[in-house]
Ligand binder design. Structure first.
Ligand code: PBG
Length: 327
């Protein structure tokens, strides 16, 4: 039966009817808030504004604990930590330093707010002086196999400090397996891996690289991150990560990649996280500040669309605002 017997507008007529048939829900318990922890003093109150990401700050160790308390009180599931070390070197040794900024932050947060999940980004780009995600060869390309051991060491150091999940974002081949083996060998067989499986070489990471001081000193990341044109390849990456032992997979960025959130979910059957990245956040903030968009309505629509596409978990810089709006 079609029109006039069928009228799609009948179930849209009131808030009650719309609520009754709403297909997708968004709640704070699905959110992960990324935090930038710095070894530097971090400005007034241990907080330093990030020009490219209005409302996001670099936090000192003391400030990160206060932030974690606020985040937990809002019902947000987890924080994801990125470190800004005082010093960088060729191999990124700050990444696995037991006294490193992320390791100290994990311990401090877990001590103060044990119920808040702490996820760590496992990568070398914030710790290498050249800004690439792995060790460089003579010809300045990233040496995949030599990087694996360093990533595994980094993941174990995070688990030892108390991280609840580790999330490798480097895009080296075989890193999930290398990390799983090292975690299991060191007594962390219960620590899950959230793999940044489908991570694209994206212009949307621009504001983050400013925030985390992790832009490559030369070249770009197209030699290891996915080509934005390739969907089948992204699904293949995710399936390989499943084989290597990933517990959750991620699609990143999120907004221009909804097709892949859906396809990766269908192909892997694993929980899928969508990373609503820095550039996506910055666009909304800039447009809202200019009066071009209603920030609240736009953000909630974006988050709902990621859930509708199939994301179980959303990593977003909007998490605190959205959690308040959803109360
Ligand atoms: C580290 C890493 C990046 C992001 C998350 N982990 C930057 C990059 O790959 O250049 C981007 C996050 C964002 O833009 O919000 N490799």
């Amino acid at each position: 039966m079609a029109f006039p017997q069928t009228r799609m507008r009948r179930l849209r007529a009131s808030a009650g009817l719309r609520g009754l048939v709403r297909e997708t829900d968004v709640r704070a318990g699905q959110f992960v808030l990324p935090l930038f922890v710095t070894e530097a003093e971090g400005g007034a109150g241990g907080r330093e504004a990030i020009a490219t990401m209005p409302g996001v700050e670099r936090l000192s160790l003391a400030a990160v604990v206060a932030e974690a308390q606020e985040v937990a009180a809002l019902g947000i599931a987890a924080v994801m930590l990125f470190g800004l070390p005082a010093e960088k070197d060729e191999h990124g040794s700050g990444a696995w330093d037991p006294e490193g900024v992320v390791q100290l932050a994990i311990q401090a947060i877990k001590r103060a707010v044990p119920e808040l999940l702490v996820i760590t980004d496992v990568c070398l780009c914030e710790y290498t002086d050249h800004g690439h995600c792995g060790v460089l060869r003579e010809d300045a390309t990233v040496d995949n196999d030599a990087t694996l051991e360093l990533l595994a060491r980094t993941a174990v150091s995070h688990a030892r400090a108390g991280a609840d999940l580790v999330a490798p974002s480097d895009m080296m081949d075989g890193r999930v397996r290398a990390i799983r083996e090292e975690l299991d060998g060191e007594g962390f067989s219960d620590t899950p891996i959230l793999a940044y499986s489908a991570k694209f070489a994206s212009a949307f990471y621009g504001p983050f690289r400013e925030a985390a001081d992790s832009a490559p000193a030369f070249g770009d990341r197209r030699g290891y991150q996915l080509d934005p044109a390739n969907g089948r390849e992204a699904v293949r990456e995710a399936l390989l990560d499943v084989q290597e032992g990933a517990d959750m997979v991620m699609v990143k960025p999120a907004l221009a990649y909804g097709d892949l959130i859906r396809e990766v979910k269908r192909a892997t059957r694993l929980p899928v996280a969508a990373y609503n990245v820095s550039g996506e956040y910055a666009m909304v903030k800039a447009a809202a500040a200019a009066g071009y968009l209603d920030e609240r309505a736009t953000v909630l629509e974006i988050l709902t669309s990621l859930r509708r596409a199939g994301a179980d978990t959303i990593i977003t810089y909007h998490a605190k605002d959205a959690a308040r709006w959803l109360r």
